[in-house]
Design a protein around this ligand. Structure first.
Ligand code: KIV
Length: 271
């Protein structure tokens, strides 16, 4: 059953209601004004200004190098393009792990300097105290469990997490702790679909899956992957809705040819 269509602005409360009504939550990443405006106008429920900007915008191998200042810049650009959807901003590596004061200060900077509506951070039990303090400061927090890319050097690989019972048990417990700490939603990345189902059913807050199967309360994809801008990354969980890599390459090749052959600009395209 869907919520009434007249919803003007999506809030964290709207996402909660969507879960209660069984309406799935749609979410994409965005990092700039133009795409954020397009996605918002297309009816997306929420946008994540992901620290995947480190990979897809800056060309780094991991999400670790991106700074708080750079995340704030991307979030400011995205917020200018938004009219309706909820904007979540990733707290980058190093902006919350050292202590709870560092975490609250970073979250406050994001909210104050960007106009975004909420923040996301990675981890379970180890970040619970920081989450409680950020929530107490009035800032909505989205959690992130399973494959947490900021810990890639601890994991050593990007393969599916929590396949073994010990890690699955920790994830179940972490999800409950995040809910108790006041998170309004939790991203579940690259975990078995059955585990994601069990976790989602055991929580009153929504889960947003990426590579976590169909039972999550919502789905998120990185925009460059779903639009096919990046044609080197094709994990099993990804559905590509466009093949922009090929289309952009063809368009640019045609433009280069037109310029070289002096076919662009023509009379009508000149003053
Ligand atoms: O940074 C990001 O894009 C993310 C999503 C993969 C959930 O955290």
């Amino acid at each position: 059953m869907s919520l009434p269509k007249e919803i003007k602005k999506i809030t964290t409360n709207t996402l909660l209601k969507m879960k209660e009504h069984g309406e799935k939550i749609s979410m994409l990443t965005a990092y700039d004004y133009s795409f954020a405006k397009l996605f918002d106008g297309s009816g997306i429920d929420a946008i994540l200004v992901g620290d995947s900007a480190s990979n897809v915008m800056a060309g780094h191998e991991t999400t670790l190098p991106i700074t708080l200042d750079q995340m704030i810049y991307h979030a400011q650009c995205v917020v200018r393009g938004i009219n309706r959807c909820l904007v979540v901003v990733d707290m980058p590596f190093g902006s919350y792990q050292s202590n709870t004061d560092n975490a609250v200060a970073s979250a406050i900077r994001i909210m104050k300097e960007t106009g975004a509506h909420s923040i996301k951070l990675e981890g379970g039990e180890e970040v619970v105290e920081s989450i409680k303090r950020i929530v107490a400061a009035g800032i909505p927090v989205m959690g992130h469990l399973g494959l947490t890319p900021q810990s890639i050097y601890k994991f050593g690989t990007y393969t599916v997490r929590a396949k073994q019972e010990e890690e699955a048990a920790k994830l179940r417990n972490d999800a409950q702790l995040l809910q108790q700490a006041g998170c309004f939603a939790i991203v579940l990345e690259k975990i078995p679909a059955d585990l994601a189902k069990e976790v989602s059913e055991g929580l009153s807050i929504p889960t947003i899956g990426i590579g976590a199967g169909k039972y999550c309360d919502g789905q998120i994809l990185v925009m460059h992957d779903m639009l096919g801008i990046n044609n080197e990354f094709k994990p099993r969980f990804l559905r590509q809705y466009l093949t922009l890599h090929e289309q952009i390459t063809t368009a640019v090749q045609q433009y280069v040819k037109d310029v070289k052959l002096k076919e662009f600009p023509n009379e009508e395209e000149s003053y």
